[in-house]
Unconditional design. Structure first.
Length: 233
């Protein structure tokens, strides 16, 4: 399936009926940040430095020679030299790159007819933008079909499912699978999400990198959701 991880995260997180996100903005921002970082790792555009590497601290992100989606390329310079947790905080932070990435992905989806923009206006001002299903529904239909098959175990995973598997693992890290699949048992979704997070991803290095993204997402969500709500009480 020709789709990037952040694209899959965003489409799966959209409510087809309401045209809005199934999860709150903080969780979606962290999930998109995780998806972007996972895509850069999967593409080999960045990697996590190991012990004893000259000129790089272990556990830090370093730029590599792979090619990636041009919308993600600008992130490389911003996250190089950071730990995954700090990189995700940079991308997902208030007013950070995940909001810009979300808008760009939605605009590109709208231009391709995958989604349709619908604005609720009052006194000439837009107070809410909804993103409903567009005329070209093949991409989203195929994504939802493969995602459901992967979380239910209905059929084997294929090489081209890597981005969808990663998107599901990222959404699991954001605690969002029950919202994406409300008709499926939560305990079964948790077990399947854990299994997807531990998948091989084609190599041990990429699997460990995805695990680092998930761990970093947990820290980012705690910092952006729990801490602010606690300090405001």
């Amino acid at each position: 399936m020709d789709i990037t991880i952040p694209e899959a995260v965003l489409l799966l997180a959209l409510d087809d009926e309401r045209g809005t996100s199934l999860i709150d903005d903080s969780a979606l921002g962290a999930a998109l940040a995780g998806g972007a970082l996972a895509q850069l790792l999967l593409d080999g555009r960045v990697r996590i430095a190991g012990e004893g590497e000259q000129g790089a601290k272990p556990g830090r992100l370093v730029a590599a020679g792979g090619s990636t989606d041009e919308r993600l390329e600008l992130l490389v310079a911003r996250i190089e030299g950071k730990k995954p947790k700090d990189a995700l905080s940079t991308i997902a932070g208030l007013g950070g790159d995940s909001g810009k990435l979300k808008r760009q992905l939605l605009d590109d989806f709208a231009a391709a007819g995958v989604v349709a923009r619908d604005e609720d206006r009052f006194l000439g001002l837009t107070w809410r933008t909804r993103w409903e299903r567009g005329e070209r529904r093949e991409l989203e239909d195929a994504l939802q079909q493969r995602a459901r098959a992967l979380v239910t175990g209905d059929g084997p995973a294929a090489q081209e499912d890597l981005e969808v598997e990663a998107a599901l693992a990222i959404l699991h890290g954001a605690g969002a699978l029950p919202q994406v699949f409300p008709d499926l048992p939560k305990d079964a979704l948790k077990r399947r999400g854990d299994a997807l997070a531990e998948a091989s991803w084609g190599s041990r290095e990429v699997r460990e990198a995805i695990a680092s993204v998930q761990a970093a997402m947990t820290a980012v969500l705690i910092a952006t959701v729990i801490v602010p709500s606690s300090s405001s009480s």
